[in-house]
Design a protein around this ligand. Structure first.
Ligand code: AMP
Ligand code: MG
Length: 398
């Protein structure tokens, strides 16, 4: 196999995003819409609120009458139209969310009222806000609320519901085959022999894929033989959009994944990326299947999924992913030995609102990420980040 030159991470991401093919669309039930990507516009079919709305439980009256004793002429619960207009010296007892009666221009809170001797009510404060949400204040009928490409989270589900968009058109979920490779691996339920380890990447990658709203199929553990890898690849080629291999892409004698991909007409676009962890990251595709070969160390697998596979999967589903990040200052100076590659390091927030490195011994340190809230990058060429430096923290517990 020809080995391409090492490329920068940004190039690697651009190549993958540029190659991503948009999946088809489908209509789904609103209850299933979370974590999917919209393939339609959502416009307001009604204004919100659809009427002048009381925002507190209290009494609706004319502002000019706030200083006087008021006669209570009716009670207006939410969901019912007021029966009367509010005239001078009158008020209506009104509930939060109910329609304001004609004539009233403010609502004072029930907590700021007291009964009067004559069966009326009095405002007990100097002044009050109007406590009215005017018709159409938040949304006007016809407004564009959500556009194609919008990733639907819980708050968006609420917007779809409020507009009666109960069968939204979304992009299909990417179907992802996950294959662990390595003769040293056993499934997690097996007690490993002294020369074996439990495979953690299979279940980790499936979890990461599912968290993106995609469908993960766990194919299994491939042995480090051409036959076994090819059998797993063939399974992945059947009914999947993407295959994720973990391990088997380094320079070792048994790192056979790239060769098997090429043999099956899946063209390698790159197989060395200037990033740490993740140098042997491989990207390949044919007309029918995309493949990422991820380095086998669990932290590498996790981080490269976050940085590269996640934006790629979301691009296939029509979403332009902007990773959540915050800018924070370093609690202490961080150093590293070599500045040859851009390097990502797991970090946590400190009590004084800065960030510090978690205990991290490198990409095999599987439990380091359990305590990390984010990852930060040492830029290429940099071996020291002094205390107080403001850095972008890419959040990973989202
Ligand atoms: P490789 O990329 O195949 O050279 O593997 C690099 C390291 O990651 C080795 O120590 C492997 O044992 C480990 N590794 C590979 N695959 C997995 C996996 N599925 N789960 C846990 N560790 C793995
Ligand atoms: Mg291996």
């Amino acid at each position: 196999m020809e080995t391409a030159a090492m490329i920068s991470f940004d190039e690697a991401l651009d190549i993958a995003l540029g190659a991503a093919r948009r999946l088809d669309t489908e209509q789904i039930e609103l209850a299933q819409a979370r974590n999917r990507v919209l393939a339609q516009e959502v416009r307001a079919d009604i204004s919100m609120p659809p009427y002048d709305m009381a925002m507190v439980d209290g009494y609706a009256c004319r502002r000019a009458d706030l200083g006087s004793e008021l006669r209570v002429v009716e009670t207006v619960p939410a969901g019912y139209a007021p029966a009367k207009a509010t005239g001078p010296g009158e008020c209506a007892k009104i509930m939060t969310g109910a329609m304001l009666p004609e004539g009233a221009d403010c609502v004072f809170m029930v907590e700021h009222s007291e009964p009067t001797d004559g069966d009326g009510v009095r405002f007990t404060r100097e002044d009050t806000s109007d406590n009215i949400l005017p018709l159409g204040k938040n949304i006007a009928k016809g407004d564009l609320l959500l556009s194609p490409g919008h990733r639907i989270l819980a708050s968006d589900v609420a917007v779809l519901a409020s507009m009666g968009c109960v069968r939204p058109k979304v992009y299909k979920r990417a179907r992802v085959a996950v294959i662990a490779t390595g003769d040293e691996l056993v499934e997690p339920e097996i007690q490993p022999s002294p020369v074996q380890i439990r495979s953690s990447n299979g279940v980790q990658l499936c979890a990461q894929v599912e968290a993106m709203g995609c469908i993960a199929t766990y194919i299994g553990i491939a042995h480090d033989t051409e036959e076994s890898l090819e059998a797993c690849l063939k399974s992945a080629m059947d009914g999947h959009d993407l295959a994720l291999f973990s391990g088997g892409v380094s320079m070792g004698e048994f790192d056979l994944v790239p060769g098997i991909l090429e043999k099956n007409g899946i063209k390698i676009q790159y197989d060395r990326v200037a990033i740490q962890p993740g140098k042997p990251t491989t990207f390949a595709y044919s007309d029918d299947l995309f493949c990422f070969g991820l380095p086998g160390n669990p932290v590498s697998t996790f981080v490269i999924f976050e940085l590269l596979v996640k934006p790629f999967l979301l691009a296939m589903m029509g979403h332009d992913y902007r990773p959540p990040q915050v800018r924070m200052r370093l609690a202490s100076t961080m150093t590293r030995k070599s500045g040859a590659r851009k390097a990502w390091v797991p970090v946590v927030t400190t009590d004084d609102g800065r960030i510090a490195r978690v205990d991290y011994h490198g990409s095999a340190h599987i439990n380091a990420l359990c305590h990390a809230e984010g990852i930060i990058a040492f830029p290429e060429g940099t071996t020291e980040l002094p205390e107080g430096t403001e850095v972008a923290v890419r959040l990973i517990r989202t």
